[in-house]
Design a protein around this ligand. Sequence first.
Ligand code: AP5
Length: 225
Amino acid sequence: MNPLRLLLLGAPGSGKGTQTSKLLKHFDHVKSVSSGDLLRQQIRLNTDLGHIAAKYIAEGKLLPDSFVTGLVLNELSSRRWLSSKSTWLLDGFPRTVSQAKSLRSELKPHGATLNMVVELDVPESVILERIENRYVHVPSGRVYNLTYNPPKVAGRDDVTGEPLSKRSDDTAEVFGARLANYRETLSPLKAFYSKIGILHKVSGETSDIIFPQLLELVQRELTKN
Ligand code: AP5
């Protein structure tokens, strides 16, 4: 199989984390990193970066590029993923053209590059309802939804049995700010990846519609000559 280095793009609540989990279940050898999960981990560990991240996240603002870029690139490096043979998926990073350029130049000396970017295109009316029903297991990043994929035991993570929580940035006000940021940064980022020729889009309201399209794209990339 070919190496796959995939970025999932999408509005907050569009299902990036959910589609990532589905892909990871489908392909044993694919691993993932989520910038949001890395930041929430820093907050939980009470680090200096965590204190800064908490302020930005609580207001629905993007963190400065240098913070997130440093954090994610460090993670990729410590997992030994900066290699032309590695296969992985990124959720939530790069989110700006500056982050995209940093990732590209970090990968280049290793003969590696992102080879696929997929935008999850889900109507905003659908997203807002999802967010109200979202609960998360912060240590693992596992995501639940009270109607779509509820936990087996109410309020508890399926794997560890630990309590689930609401994200501090899932209020209507903060969510509005996150959506606005997304709309602002999306076009330049899409233009950047479209110019490189690796941008794809899958559209729909449910996983039944979205996941098969995503799977087909990924399978095609993994097996192309
Ligand atoms: P981040 O954690 O990346 O959040 P986000 O992009 O806002 O995306 P979400 O995690 O909210 O949604 P998702 O698309 O993963 O959807 P999910 O699968 O959970 O970032 C948080 C913050 O960190 C940012 O605001 C920013 O401050 C900072 N940050 C992160 N990265 C950064 C960067 N690169 N630069 C600067 N700052 C950065 O699904 C949502 C809900 O819907 C769930 O309940 C799920 O169960 C449900 N659901 C999913 N799919 C379906 C379906 N098909 N049908 C029904 N329900 C569904």
